[in-house]
Design a protein around this ligand. Structure first.
Ligand code: PAP
Length: 332
């Protein structure tokens, strides 16, 4: 079967894309490992990216112009990206959709459709640059890029960065189950043992996980006005407090009237795992890139990883976390 015929049956996100000559030349010089989902991961600027993401990274580093009013969501994969996209989208658009349980884009579209990734969606095509000028302000974008790989305009402008991470045990298990779920039917599944080893060695999407977290943790301590550092576990345990902090950070704090009218609770309810995962669009729909929306909703709990990881695995992950982050005062 020819590549083009073959690509007709392979979802877009699993297709191998032609990358630019610049990207090919770079790849030839980079360390490479087998990917979790895509065929390869390439190590660039100290982190691991799949081929198409590397193309997008180079392109957005060169072409993305952040505006002072932009809000950039940065997450380690599987740390609650979908949830954070929903929260921030709902926060910024709450005046536009006052009857949010009747008419709201989140009721009919997946959060990933509403808040695109820079390097994975907007800049991933070697032949096409997005026109982002007509987007309403404040523009909302997402990325999984580590701090060292961010486009310079994000660092140098006054745009806001919202960073979200999650404890590495739940992150790993969520990533492992997700990649097996969205693999091509009939292809071999990743074993937990192999995925665990790779994750511990830093060879995971935008890994090493701990370096990703540390990069943003250090910067958030230096620049708390610019970078808000969030944890999935805090969102789960204290949602209304964190949502209000987030709104304040993003420059759209809740008014007393809004709080009295229950807008905080409404947004939390709209974006809850229960509500989003039960919507028709998230049960049956797909993203333009082909992933089934339901793959982004599994159980959404803290500590579910203990049902999969052995005691030794848990100990090893805890030890790495303490070794790598403990000295910086960071704990999950
Ligand atoms: P991404 O980084 O690939 O975009 P991301 O959304 O971070 O994915 O990961 C999905 C995780 O967030 C899943 O976690 P789990 O595997 O441990 O269950 C998913 O269930 C969880 N999730 C998605 N939506 C919500 C939500 N509304 N509330 C809480 N957790 C959620």
């Amino acid at each position: 079967m020819s590549q083009s015929n073959n690509n007709n049956v392979i979802p877009k996100y699993l297709q191998e894309y032609e990358v630019s000559q610049e990207c090919k030349d770079l790849i030839a010089t980079l360390p490479m490992e087998q990917g979790w989902l895509a065929t390869h991961l390439h190590q660039y600027q100290g982190f691991w990216f799949y081929t198409r993401q590397l193309q997008g990274l180079l392109s957005c580093q060169k072409h993305f112009n952040a505006l002072n009013s932009d809000v950039i969501l940065v997450t380690t994969p599987k740390s609650g990206t979908t949830w954070l996209k929903a929260w921030t989208f709902a926060l910024l658009n709450r005046k536009k959709y006052p009857k949010m349980f009747q008419i709201h884009p989140l009721l009919t579209e997946n959060p990933h459709f509403l808040v695109p990734f820079l390097e994975i969606n907007l800049y991933a095509d070697k032949n096409l640059l997005p026109d982002l000028n007509s987007l309403p302000s404040p523009r909302l974008f997402a990325t999984h890029l580590p701090y060292v790989s961010l486009p310079k305009s994000i660092i140098n402008s006054d745009c806001k960065i919202v960073y979200l991470c999650r404890n590495p045990k739940d992150t790993l298990v969520s990533l492992w189950l997700f990649t097996n779920k969205v693999k091509l039917e009939g292809s071999s599944t990743n074993s937990l043992e192999d995925s665990f080893k790779k994750f511990c060695n830093g060879v995971s999407l935008c890994g090493p996980f701990w370096d990703h977290v540390l990069g943003y943790w250090k910067k958030s301590l230096e620049q708390s006005e610019k970078i808000m550092f969030m944890r999935y576990e805090e969102m789960k345990k204290n949602p209304s407090f964190v949502l209000k902090e987030l709104a304040r950070f993003m420059g759209c704090p809740f008014s007393k009237e809004e709080e009295d009218e229950g807008v905080v609770d409404d947004i939390l309810k709209l974006c809850s795992f229960k509500n989003l995962s039960n919507l028709e669009v998230n049960k049956k729909g797909k993203l333009p890139s082909g992933e089934e929306n339901r793959a982004y909703f599994r159980c959404g709990e803290i500590g579910d990883s203990k049902n999969y990881l052995t005691a030794e695995m848990i100990e090893q992950l805890d030890t790495i976390t303490e070794e790598k982050l403990g000295q910086y005062g960071f704990r999950f």
